[in-house]
Write a protein that binds this ligand. Structure first.
Ligand SMILES: Cc1ncc(COP(=O)(O)O)c(C=O)c1O
Length: 386
């Protein structure tokens, strides 16, 4: 059965939004940088939030906000992953969870493996947790990217205590194979290290790409892993502050329960209410329509680049709404986003901030309507020809 792709809101409506995407640059700039999307909220979320606002339900998040069973059911339906609801915990957002879990498992000064190019806050959050980021860049396979397992093993053998995994990966949109994840888990277990798996983009893995939640990658993964996820990327709820921490073994659950009580208290009540609605079956049709839109857009982006920026290098992502583009052929220096912002009035995310492999690159957000994507790439193409 084919699904009708979700329609984005019109630009004049989006420009009334007050979020970072719409209030960082003047209106003549097309904002394709921060990871917010341009779609109307899923109806079940809108209804749940409207009801909460109508009755002033804006206090503290209760001891059991009803997230456990709804997430376990979502994981079973969408990924075939069996989650023990009793091992689901929550906090304000994914990066808070990353910091607090790392703080719980490393000692100050320990190295934590990150795999650049990667979401820039990974570097700062390792530092916030008292760790030292140790870069083991992704390996280019020709057809995409993969984890450099030998490099990660060498880093763990040299003393790194944890791996901060991005699954699926931001900015490349790579879905790591089950086998890769299982091997990573085995390596981590051998060295007594942990894997913290950021799975915020998981609901946006395209069907057929073989997405595997890290904790579902076998017995070793269940022993060494902490999965952190959220409804916030897929359903555009980042401002509401709710993320989930999932574990699969008694000792890892104990670490999460041993974190300061404030970690749980930071969960936003509207975030918990919206997340319950997002992960409920009633929102599946909306999510499928979003995936259909993003599937069209990722291929549209590839076609637009071929047409307007034929020297750009781009691999169609397996997941999400972010595209990683090598623009180094255009002579725009290490940070093409700078030239593109000033010369084409399109705001991209700066490549160098993603660490090793980021020079000459930029990240584009294609979680928008196709017309906006067409306009953005055409503008950048015109700059390239100027
Ligand atoms: C991989 C990744 N992790 C975390 C975040 C931020 O999540 P949060 O706002 O829940 O901290 C993002 C945002 O784009 C992301 O791409």
């Amino acid at each position: 059965m084919s699904v009708t792709p979700l329609e984005a809101l019109p630009l004049e409506t989006l420009r009334r939004r007050s979020s970072t995407k719409w209030r960082t640059h003047p209106h003549d700039v097309l904002p394709m940088f921060v990871a917010e999307t341009d779609f109307p909220l899923a109806e079940p979320i809108r209804e749940a939030l409207a009801e909460a606002v109508a009755i002033g339900d804006t206090g503290y998040t209760p001891p059991d906000p009803g997230l456990r069973d709804v997430f376990a059911a979502f994981a079973a339906r969408r990924y075939g992953w069996e989650v023990d609801p009793a091992r689901v915990d929550w906090t304000g957002d994914v990066m808070m969870a990353v910091v607090e879990v790392l703080r719980g498992v490393i000692a100050p000064g320990d190295e934590v493996v990150v795999t650049p190019p990667v979401y820039p806050p990974f570097f700062f959050c390792v530092e916030e947790a008292g760790g030292v980021p140790r870069s083991v860049p992704l390996a280019a396979t020709g057809a995409g990217w993969s984890l450099d397992l030998a490099g990660i093993e060498a880093a763990l053998a040299a003393g790194a205590r944890a791996v901060l995994l991005c699954n699926p990966h931001n900015p490349t949109g790579t879905v790591h194979s089950r086998e890769t994840l299982a091997r990573l888990a085995a390596i981590a277990r051998r060295y007594g290290a942990v894997v913290v798996s950021d799975e915020i983009h998981a609901p946006l893995a395209q069907p057929g790409t073989g997405f595997t939640p890290f904790l579902a990658a076998g017995e070793d993964a269940a022993e060494v892993g902490y999965a952190i996820t959220s409804s916030s990327k897929a359903f555009n709820l980042a401002g509401l502050k709710c993320a989930l921490i999932v574990t699969a073994a008694a000792h890892t659950t104990r670490v999460v329960r041993g974190l300061p009580r404030e970690v749980e208290w930071r969960t936003g009540l509207l975030g918990a209410i919206a997340t319950r609605a997002a992960f409920a079956p009633a929102s599946d049709a909306w999510l499928d329509a979003l995936l259909a839109r993003l599937d069209e857009n990722r291929h549209l982006l590839a076609a637009l680049l071929t047409e307007h920026l034929p020297e750009a290098r781009f691999v169609v992502p397996d997941a999400g709404f972010l595209g990683w583009i090598d623009l180094s052929a255009y002579g725009w220096g290490d940070d093409p986003a700078e030239a593109v912002l000033h010369g084409a009035r399109v705001a991209l995310q700066r490549g160098p901030d993603f660490g090793a492999g980021g020079l000459g690159h930029a990240r584009i957000n294609f979680g928008c309507g196709p017309d906006v994507l067409r306009e953005a790439v055409a503008r950048i193409g015109a700059l390239a020809r100027a």
